[in-house]
Design a protein. Sequence first.
Length: 170
Amino acid sequence: MKDLYLVDGYNVIFGRPDMFDRSDLESSRKKLVDLMQDFGAHNNIEVIIAFDGQGNSTKVKVEELASSFTVVFTPRRMTADSYIEKESYLRREEYRHIFVVTSDGPEQSQVLGNGAYRVPVSDLMRAVQEDKQVQETFISRNNYGNLRSEIGRAIPLSVQEKLDKLRSGK
């Protein structure tokens, strides 16, 4: 069974002002979702990102973006912390590792009591950056078969030099 990451969305956004724009929460949420969706898919983990409630909703809004990726908006009177604590408790019998991503001390203590592992925001962002490096290295080493088909690669060097001289007018 896949590991599960329960992510306190706004805790991550407000914990890393160098990566996320606090004045534009919509784009920050999207950026976090994109980062975590890529990270989850590349590392075969299930991710649930919880954001504090918006508007007058009285029910949890769940958006399943992929089979192993969910975004949750809590109801107006429920915090993402409460949702995550509840989920970590309810899922403790699933026989898999559950990681709670937050830098909120009381929430970390609560989820430890539920048997989940705590992951500070800085550790998650470091893991995401390292994962991006691994992906970039893999792509740069293994993408030679997908080079664009350009006529310049098929022309002998001596012909290329003559064409360069003609172009420069010498």
